[in-house]
Ligand binder design. Sequence first.
Ligand code: GTP
Ligand code: MG
Length: 306
Amino acid sequence: MPAMLETLLERFRQRDRLALSRLLSTVARGERIEEILTGVGETAKPARVVAFTGSGGVGKSTLVGKSIETIRQRGQSVAVLACDPQSPLSGGALLGDRFRMTARPDDDGVFIRSLAAAGGHGALAEHLPALVHLFEAFGFDVVLIETVGAGQGDTVVREWVDVLVLLLQPETGDDLQWEKAGLLEVADAIVIHKADLSGAERVEAQVLATLSLGTGPVAPVLRVSSRTGAGLAELWQTIASLPLRRGRQKRGRDLLLLAQQTLTARFAAVEAHPELQQLLAAWERGTVTSTQAAAALFRLLRDTDS
Ligand SMILES: Nc1nc2c(ncn2[C@@H]2O[C@H](COP(=O)(O)OP(=O)(O)OP(=O)(O)O)[C@@H](O)[C@H]2O)c(=O)[nH]1
Ligand SMILES: [Mg+2]
């Protein structure tokens, strides 16, 4: 391992934010992922990963910004990952203007990072489990993701998060769009955003009517205004109380596969390593979770390194 990476990892383990930032960039480029995951150590506790999705201009960035304050008031730390380079959240000027107001620069409990992947949203999404793992290992309670609301990358992101929040707004003429996209059914919570505008009740009624036709469990529907702050506390209370979707397990599984590949490459035959064999058997029996197994595999990798 290059000395510089070794130094970065050491600083990461001492909770150095610049080291976190550098490692995020490296992982987002798809470089040295195994070494980084091995080197950051185990996650103290799983983070709650929440994605905000919805069509352009519905107010995702604004709501993410406002949510930072609310999450801090709830006593939790939060990392924000903006995947969309076009987003005001990641646009330099707005990031400066809008977020310096909400996130105090000296607040250790807030970390905001935008990442533009060379291959676009999809390419970045590909590395999401590893990126989230970095935030978890650093100790963040909540990871917030703004997605672009469409396309392949967005679909992938949805599978990896614990809570998917769909934003809708009054009267934009795309009322039917969310129905077509099937987003209503997959969302864990639905926000009627910009509730300070007229027509919010009507959209809420439409959504409730549509949901009542389905057969599955009905997601909570909340009216929220980022402008007035109405509904924000309720939204985060709801998000905190939601049962977690399979995102965590899926992230763990993908990390596990990555660890497995690395180990297989290193030990010519996996069978040669009894500890590894036992671990995989336990995972197949379901007695250890994917995340636990992945952590154990990475520990094994680290031990054989030294
Ligand atoms: N009336 C009202 N306007 C809002 C509210 N929240 C955001 N807006 C406005 O909606 C516009 C779009 O907000 P953004 O946060 O950039 O929306 P977005 O979904 O992130 O947009 P894209 O990233 O381009 O998809 C801005 O002009 C905001 O000021 C709200 O609660 N009420
Ligand atoms: Mg945005």
